[in-house]
Design a protein around this ligand. Structure first.
Ligand SMILES: Cc1cc2nc3c(=O)[nH]c(=O)nc-3n(C[C@H](O)[C@H](O)[C@H](O)COP(=O)(O)O)c2cc1C
Length: 372
């Protein structure tokens, strides 16, 4: 049997398999970031994942990236998420929440506030707003006090997530958002303790992770990183040095896991990070992006990564389109393809809760002759 279907431990959790649903922003929250009942349906449908990492949620108002993304900084957000975690638990699942501050990936029309970042370097791109794509604005450079307050906001958001019933949180240090902006030389031009050398540029990430671990316990905290990824205009410069230093600085914290985006077992850096990281490593395979996905949804690449030392494998789009992905991969059943990428980031059931399970397809086929 493939190791993908073997059970695993993660902190205090027992995972029935090694398949993790990767965090995916789906923009189905209310305008104020409160999760909606349709989200409970969507996540509960996917409860057979070994672990679900729920979508990027902002720890404070200024960290909001796009319209209708989820938040986790006030009681209404906690109450909304509680409905989601209750539904997932009732369906037998386990769930972490990703914490994401957008930094310069934000717009006053989305958050009501001017975006902040390590340095006033704008996103070299347009950004989606309720009135369509607009040029990015120049972010305001964060003061030292704002940096400290943001670290505290991450910690408070983690406490909120646990209050909302999540088993833990994932700190989003990947994909060009605030923490990644601090790590990368292209977006961090600071000359104070939070910039300059690699030791300075990793400081914010280390402080956030340690504050979150202090708040809810390190066994409830994961960190997502994307070494070398240039999404959202990121230019790291010294990729290997950044991530080696970051992992060394976090080695003794006792985190639940490290989650590596677009992990490639053909790259020496992957093996270097694996050697340095004593804890659980979740690898998100390098699959064609933007697509189309391979017919096996990433299973073969996942197995290569397990053989190269990963402990768990996260898949995004295959889970998006297949609520019963684990069963389909276990049995070799065909996968639903992603129907329409235009439905990924818009409201409503279409392309969200209406992907059929194998059981639903079988029921429809049984009923079809009678109806004909
Ligand atoms: C619709 C969509 C939304 C995403 N949102 C997030 C997010 O909120 N946080 C994050 O870290 N990555 C996000 N990602 C990236 C995924 O977590 C994952 O890394 C990516 O889809 C590659 O995995 P895959 O090839 O299995 O889809 C998103 C991807 C998709 C398709």
């Amino acid at each position: 049997m493939s190791r993908l279907f073997e059970p695993a431990s993660l902190g205090d959790l027992r995972l029935p398999n090694r398949l993790v649903m990767a965090p995916m922003t789906r923009n189905r929250a209310a305008a104020d970031g409160v999760p909606q009942p349709i989200m409970a349906t969507y996540y509960a449908q996917r409860a057979s994942a070994g672990l679900i990492i729920a979508e990027a949620s902002t720890p404070n108002a200024v960290g909001q990236t796009y319209p209708n993304i989820t938040a986790i900084h006030d009681r209404a957000h906690v109450a909304g998420w509680r409905q989601v975690t209750d539904a997932v638990r009732a369906a037998g699942g386990r769930m972490f929440l990703q914490l994401q501050h957008g930094g310069r990936v934000g717009h006053p029309d989305n958050s009501g506030l001017a975006p902040v970042a390590p340095s006033p370097v704008p996103l070299p791109d347009t950004i989606f707003t309720p009135s369509g794509h607009q040029p990015a604005v120049v972010p305001r450079e964060m003061t030292i006090d704002e940096i400290h307050a943001t670290v505290a906001d991450f910690a408070a958001a983690a406490r909120n997530a646990v209050d909302a019933g999540f088993a833990g949180v994932e700190v989003h240090g990947a994909n060009g958002y605030l923490i990644h902006q601090f790590l990368a030389g292209g977006t961090n031009h600071r000359t104070d303790a939070y910039g300059g050398s690699v030791a300075g540029r990793i400081r914010f990430a280390v402080e956030v992770v340690k504050a979150v671990a202090d708040a809810v316990g390190p066994e409830r905290v994961g960190l997502r990183i994307a070494p070398g990824l240039t999404v959202n205009g990121i230019e790291e410069g010294d990729t290997g040095d950044i991530y080696r230093a970051l992992l060394d600085a976090l080695a003794d914290v006792g985190l639940a896991y490290l989650h590596v985006v677009f992990a490639d077992p053909g790259q020496p850096l992957f093996h270097d990070l694996r050697r340095r990281w004593q804890g659980t490593l979740i690898a998100n395979p390098m699959l064609p992006w933007p697509g189309p996905l391979p017919a096996d949804g990433g299973r073969r690449e996942g197995e290569r990564l397990l053989a190269a030392g990963a402990d768990l494998i996260s898949l995004g789009r295959a889970f998006l389109a297949n609520p019963d992905l684990v069963e389909r991969l276990r049995t070799g059943a065909p996968l639903n393809p992603v129907r329409d990428t235009g439905l990924m980031y818009v409201g409503g059931e279409s392309g969200y809760t209406d992907y059929p399970t194998l059981d639903a397809v079988a029921r429809a086929e049984t009923l079809a002759p009678a109806a004909a």
